[in-house]
Design a protein around this ligand. Sequence first.
Ligand SMILES: [Zn+2]
Ligand SMILES: [Zn+2]
Length: 346
Amino acid sequence: MGICSSFRDARDRAVDRCYRCIPCLADPARRSALGLKVALVALHLVYVGILFLFDGDLIEKTKHEPWYTSLYLLLFVATLVQYFVTSGSSPGYVLDAMRDINETNVTFRKTSASSKQPASSKNGSLVITVDSGQLGRNAPGSNATSWTKRVLDMYPPGTSIRTVTCSYCNVEQPPRSKHCHDCDRCVLQFDHHCVWLGACIGRGNHCKFWWYIFEETALCLWTGILYITYLKTNIARAWWKDVIMILLLITLAFCMIFLLLLLLFHSYLVLTNQTTYELVRRRRIPYLRGIPERVFPFSEGICRNLYNFCCVQSSIYSLEWLPTTLELEEKSRPYTCSDFLSCRCC
Ligand SMILES: [Zn+2]
Ligand SMILES: [Zn+2]
């Protein structure tokens, strides 16, 4: 009994010391996210390590054709780097976008005030004050912030401010935003909260996420080919090596099928400018209610969607307006022969 309690005390003291050295480990959520990252790196190392450990032919091949193994290892490193970059990137939080827009507005007002008024009164016309304690919200008693006005402008006229305000963050959500309960923040163009990455996927990092699953799929495929090549060579070797390799290959095949389907699914979302959340909860999202199933309200054509997704990264806080009734009617129009000739869908 006494030994048990002294062991527990010693363990608690060691854990406390560990938390003091690495403060982020004290938070259970961050601890589990870190555990996942360590597990992912370990899994990758096991798959590739066992291959190089068992496969003498691969080592031989590396000596004669070093470029082949170098390319494979490059993909391996690039995939892990992409994983950490995606997991550490911001999905584009609504609060940050609000702060960004309000700050831009303050700078603009300051500039216009200083050009019109004497220097002594140049701060007199400031309406918005950006205070970190208020998370970027305007000072009490001032007019509606530029953020509130901008968000309301994006919805059809007559939309009440209450219906677009998040009850958790108390911030006005632009169209396509959603509150993430895991991150406890509203995310712009919310796609989903990825448990594997320990991060939300939204406007700011959807492109990075797509590249991550692309690289991971390519790595899985290449590793699978190397495993099959190893098993096909008729060299006498220990049976247990074959058993380990077959078991790893089976799990790899499952991962590859899952990744391939995920890649195809996200490619479809990109081409039609949709998010996972919009596709899954289409009937429950107010701004998508009543729109026919095959109409993608935010799509600007395949080429434009692709360009916006890959190349327009100037600001992750740029917001999307809801399409007008006229635009929706135009998008709902059935395709004719001339539409196909003029590539209307592109
Ligand atoms: Zn929220
Ligand atoms: Zn989240």
